[in-house]
Structures are given as structure tokens and as C-alpha cells.
Design a protein around this ligand. Structure first.
Ligand SMILES: C[S@@+](CC[C@H](N)C(=O)[O-])C[C@H]1O[C@@H](n2cnc3c(N)ncnc32)[C@H](O)[C@@H]1O
Length: 268
């Protein structure tokens, strides 16, 4: 039996806007992922597991022709609603996308019909992630781009937090109940680290770039420090760690992998 939640509405996802390091991570992950799809006039881009559709709309606002593919009826309806509202309001810089209900492992599109396919913050929710990457590579034209943005559960922040909790437990003060940020949420099927990301992606794409995004997210002392520091200082510190993460994806909070569909020649 396939275990999926078609009524998913993201209400259980980590709330953004609560801490500076969360804001920074989510904004930066979006910025890097969308830029890697190279949106622009005439580009055909597929957003796999498009959720509420905010990324599809942002890509469309940059002139691309965008399809958001998403299995959840609730999230697809939400995306349509937001899109229609923006159109009705004549929102400046607004673009429109096409919404399709579809599973990532059987994308309802012809082969090689997109210039780029991206999947942000979703592949660890898939029950068949490798099939999904294979499908993304299939629907992207040769030389086009496959972009995956994935949370790293072996980030330096996860490792430090695990170590901190182990010390606290050893000292007889175990952390409170509830999921720790280094624990994989119940709705994830895969716990990714950079090696696993590379291994799965490289079966279907020739990787051009593996980019780390943000460092330190969710590690208590760092989250509190960024909250207390003056805004400008906190932003510079977050940017400095982000620049470090970019070059050291194994330490980063999120990793963005960018590649081209493998051809029979490159696979040989
Ligand atoms: C955390 S949300 C991410 C949504 C969006 N990409 C974003 O960044 O906001 C994960 C999404 O994956 C979708 N999903 C789960 N399993 C899927 C599957 N097998 N194929 C396609 N989408 C799936 C869910 O419906 C949900 O919209």
C-alpha cells in the first residue's frame, strides 16, 4: 500500500519567520534553488512537488513558462487560488503558472520537454526518490538542468546538537520531549546526507555543482545568538557562514545539487 498524505497542507512544517537563522535559511535556499533553474523569458521550467506554488509563481514572475506538479489536492487548490488572486489584483511582477496534479515518480510529461526541473525541500518526502530523480532527468532536454534542494541531516548543526544533547543526558539533564531538529520528521522517507544525495543524483544526472546553503541552523546557542545580535551583525555572521557552507556542503544545512541529464555517452 502506498502511504502518502494527499491532504497535506504544510501546517506541521517548521514555521518560518520565527527566528533569524530560520528566515535566512529558507530565503537563501529559495534564492539559490530558483537561480540554479535559470528562469527567464522563453525558459520552460518544471517545479516538482510544488506545494503551495510560491516558487512556481516566483519563476513565472521572471518570465519563465512554469508548470507546478503536485499530488496533493489541497495544496494544488491553494496554489490555484493564490495565482488567481494575484492575477485578479494585477499584482506587479506577477507571473502565472500551470498547475498539474502528478506524482514525482511518474511525471505526466513527454521526455525532454523542459529546460529545467527543480525539486525543493520535498525529495525526502517521496517514497520513491530515485524514480523521481530519474523522471526529472527524463523530462529535461539534453543539456538542461535538474536542480535538487535537500536538507542535510549530517550538517554541522545537527552533529553539534546531537553532541550537546548526549552531554546533557550524560549529566542527568536530558533534553525535553519532542522531536529534535536533527531527527527526521515522521513524514520523511529518507534521511539524507551529502554522500547519499550525490549517489542518488549521479545515477541520473552529471553533476555540475553541489552547493551548500547556510550553516548552524537550529543549533540552540547559534539560534539564540543570531536573535540577540544587532540585525546587521547577525546578517553578516549568517552570510559569512553561508559562504563557508557554499564551499563545504557536507557541513551545510541544505544542499543544492545541479546537473544535466545523463546521456548514454556520459553514463558509459
Ligand atoms: C515540504 S513540501 C515542499 C513543497 C515546495 N517544494 C516548497 O518548497 O514549498 C513537500 C511536498 O512534497 C509533496 N509530495 C509528497 N510525496 C510526493 C510524491 N511522491 N510525489 C510528488 N510530490 C510529493 C507533498 O504533497 C508536498 O507538497
Amino acid at each position: 500500500m502506498r502511504v502518502v498524505d494527499l491532504d497535506r497542507d504544510m501546517s506541521d512544517v517548521i514555521p518560518t519567520g520565527t527566528t533569524r537563522d530560520s528566515n535566512f535559511l529558507f530565503e537563501r535556499m529559495t534564492e539559490v534553488t530558483l537561480a540554479c533553474a535559470e528562469p527567464g523569458p522563453g525558459r520552460r521550467i518544471l517545479d516538482v512537488a510544488s506545494g503551495f506554488g510560491q516558487d512556481s509563481l516566483a519563476l513565472a514572475a521572471r518570465g519563465a513558462w512554469v508548470v507546478g506538479a503536485e499530488p496533493s489536492a489541497r495544496m494544488t487548490a491553494w496554489a490555484r487560488l493564490v495565482s488567481e488572486k494575484q492575477s485578479a489584483a494585477g499584482a506587479a511582477g506577477h507571473g502565472s503558472a500551470t498547475w498539474v496534479r502528478g506524482w514525482s515518480d511518474a511525471l505526466p510529461f513527454r521526455s525532454a520537454c523542459f529546460d529545467a526541473a527543480l525539486c525543493k525541500g520535498a525529495i525526502d518526502h517521496f517514497d520513491r526518490p530515485e524514480l523521481a530523480i530519474g523522471e526529472m532527468a527524463r523530462v529535461v532536454r539534453p543539456g538542461g538542468r535538474v536542480v535538487l534542494a535537500i536538507a542535510n541531516f549530517e550538517s554541522i548543526a545537527c552533529r553539534l546538537a546531537r553532541w550537546q544533547d548526549a552531554v546533557a543526558t550524560w549529566r542527568g539533564r536530558p533534553p525535553g520531549r519532542g522531536r529534535r531538529h536533527y531527527d527526521v520528521p515522521a513524514d520523511h522517507f529518507t534521511r539524507y546526507d551529502v554522500d547519499l544525495m550525490r549517489e542518488q543524483a549521479a545515477r541520473f544526472v552529471d553533476l555540475d555543482r553541489v552547493i551548500g546553503v547556510s550553516m548552524g541552523w537550529g543549533f540552540g546557542p547559534w539560534t539564540r545568538a543570531t536573535g540577540r545580535l544587532p540585525e546587521g551583525v547577525a546578517q553578516r555572521a549568517l552570510q559569512w557562514l553561508d559562504a563557508w557552507a557554499e564551499r563545504s556542503p557536507e557541513l551545510a544545512d541544505v544542499v543544492v545539487l545541479v546537473g544535466r541529464p545523463r546521456t548514454s555517452r556520459s553514463a558509459a
